[in-house]
Design a protein around this ligand. Structure first.
Ligand SMILES: Cc1cc2nc3c(=O)[nH]c(=O)nc-3n(C[C@H](O)[C@H](O)[C@H](O)COP(=O)(O)OP(=O)(O)OC[C@H]3O[C@@H](n4cnc5c(N)ncnc54)[C@H](O)[C@@H]3O)c2cc1C
Length: 384
C-alpha cells in the first residue's frame, strides 16, 4: 500500500486539523454523568460541523469520505487529544451493521440519531456462560404475533446505563444448530422489563453493566438482517469492533509512548539513576517503539484489505491482539519506572495500567484472536 497521502487527503487532514484547533472542547470533567454529557455535547458539535460518521454514505448523514480519510480522521482526533465521543459503539459498530444488513426504513430510522448522539447504543452479546463461545448464548426470544418476547441475562454491557438501543443477539430457534438459531435485534432499553445493574471495574469506574431481561418486547421490524441470520450480522459488528477502531488505538499508543519516554527522563530510581539512562529501560523503550511502528503499518495493511474487499476481514484480529500486548507492556514499563509511586491511586499511569488489563479481554480475548488469525488468516487446520 502507498503510505503517502494524496492532495485531496492532505486537504482533508488540514481542514480537520484547523477545525480541531478552533473547536477543541478542552478536558473532560470528572464524574460519570458529567463526563458523559460532555462527550455527548462534543459529538453534537462534531456532527453539526459534518464530522460524525465521516465514512458513512452522505444519504444517511455521513460525509461519504473514503476509508483512508476515516483513518486520518481517527488519527487526528487522537493526535489532538480530543475527548471520546459519546456514541462510540453506535458510530463504530451499530451504524455500519445497520448500513450493511438493515432495510432502507431501518437505515432512515436509526442512523441519524446515532450521528447526533441523541440515541446511544450498547452491545448485548456476552452472557455469564457465553463470552468467547458467543454462539452458545441462551437469551431466548419467542414470537408472539408481530412481537418477540425476550428473556435472559447479558453481562459486561458497556454504556448500557446510557443506552436507548441494544444490539441484542438472542436465540430464536433452540432446535437449530447453535450458530443458526440466532437472530439480531435492536432492543429498546427504555422499558420496565430491562434492568441495568452497574459493574465496578478495577479502575473504580463502572463503564459496563449486567443486563437482566424479563419478558422484554421487541417488534418484528426491529430484526436486523432477517430471522435466523443473527450470527452473520453479529460477525459484521465484531469485525467493525476490531478494525474500525484500530487507527485511533495505534496513534494512542504512539502518544502514550512519547509520554512514557518523558516519564523515564524525569524519574530517578532509589540509587539516583535517571530511568532513561538505565540500559534495561532503554531496551524496553526501543522495543516498544519498534512494536508501535509495526502496529501502525499493520493498521494500514488492514485498511488496504478493507478497501479491496469492502468489509473488514479477520486481519483486524491481529491488530487488536497486538495492540493489547503493546499497550499492556507500555503501562507495565511505566509502573516499573515509577517504582513505589506506582501504588498511588491518583497517578495517571496507575489508572492506565489498571485499565489496560481489560485490553486482552474486551472485543475478544487474545486466545480467541490467535485462533482466528491461525485459522482464517494463516489457513492452519481448524481447532475443532
Ligand atoms: C472492558 C470490557 C468491556 C466489554 N464490553 C462488552 C460489551 O459492550 N458487550 C458485550 O457483549 N461484551 C462486552 N465485553 C465482554 C467481552 O467480549 C468478553 O469478556 C470476552 O468475549 C470474553 O468472554 P468471557 O469473559 O465470558 O470469558 P471466557 O469466554 O469464559 O474465557 C475465559 C478464558 O478462557 C479462554 N478461552 C475461552 N475459549 C477458548 C478457546 N476456544 N481457546 C483458547 N482459550 C479460550 C479465554 O481466552 C479466557 O482467557 C467486555 C469486556 C470488557 C473487559
Amino acid at each position: 500500500m502507498d503510505l503517502t497521502l494524496s492532495q485531496a487527503e492532505e486537504a482533508f487532514r488540514d481542514e480537520l486539523r484547523s477545525w480541531l484547533g478552533e473547536n477543541h472542547p478542552g478536558h473532560e470533567p470528572a464524574g460519570d454523568e458529567a463526563a458523559f454529557e460532555f462527550r455527548r455535547e462534543w459529538q453534537r458539535k462534531l456532527h453539526g460541523a459534518g464530522w460524525a460518521g465521516v465514512s458513512w454514505p452522505k444519504e444517511y448523514g455521513g460525509r461519504g469520505a473514503t476509508l483512508v480519510e476515516q483513518a486520518i480522521f481517527n488519527e487526528e482526533l487522537v493526535r489532538a487529544r480530543a475527548p471520546q465521543v459519546a456514541n462510540v459503539l453506535g458510530l463504530a459498530m451499530g451504524g455500519p451493521t445497520v448500513i450493511a444488513h438493515g432495510t432502507e426504513e431501518q437505515r432512515k430510522r436509526y442512523l441519524p440519531p446515532i450521528l447526533s448522539a441523541q440515541e446511544i447504543w450498547c452491545q448485548g452479546f456476552s452472557e455469564p456462560d457465553s463470552g468467547s463461545d458467543l454462539a452458545s448464548l441462551k437469551t431466548r426470544a419467542v414470537r408472539h404475533g408481530d412481537q418477540w418476547v425476550v428473556s435472559g441475562q447479558k453481562v459486561w454491557t458497556t454504556f448500557a446505563h446510557h443506552a436507548k438501543w441494544c444490539m441484542l443477539v438472542a436465540r430464536t430457534d433452540p432446535d437449530a444448530p447453535k450458530h443458526k438459531g440466532l437472530t439480531y435485534f435492536l432492543m429498546d432499553m427504555e422499558q420496565d422489563a430491562v434492568h441495568v445493574r452497574p459493574l465496578r471495574q478495577i479502575t473504580g469506574e463502572a463503564e459496563f453493566n449486567e443486563l437482566f431481561i424479563e419478558e422484554a418486547r421487541i417488534p418484528d421490524e426491529n430484526i436486523i438482517g432477517g430471522e435466523g441470520n443473527g450470527w452473520a450480522v453479529a460477525i459484521t459488528t465484531l469485525m467493525h469492533e476490531r478494525s474500525t477502531l484500530a487507527f485511533g488505538l495505534q496513534v494512542g499508543v504512539q502518544i502514550a509512548l512519547g509520554e512514557l519516554i518523558e516519564h523515564a527522563r524525569q524519574t530517578r530510581a532509589q540509587d539516583g539513576i535517571v530511568a532513561s539512562d538505565d540500559p534495561v529501560v532503554r531496551q524496553r523503550l526501543a522495543q516498544l517503539l519498534i512494536e508501535s511502528e509495526i502496529l501502525r503499518l499493520n493498521a494500514y495493511r488492514g485498511l488496504s484489505a478493507i478497501m479491496r474487499g469492502g468489509v473488514p476481514g479477520p486481519e483486524g484480529s491481529l491488530g487488536k491482539w497486538h495492540w493489547s500486548e503493546v499497550n499492556q507492556s507500555l503501562t507495565e514499563l511505566a509502573m516499573d519506572i515509577a517504582g513505589p509511586y506506582a501504588m498511588s491511586a491518583e497517578d495517571r499511569w496507575t489508572y492506565r495500567f489498571l485499565r489496560a488489563r481489560a485490553n486482552s479481554i474486551e472485543g475478544g480475548t487474545t486466545e480467541i484472536l490467535k485462533n482466528i488469525v491461525a485459522e482464517r488468516v494463516l489457513g492452519l487446520p481448524r481447532m475443532r
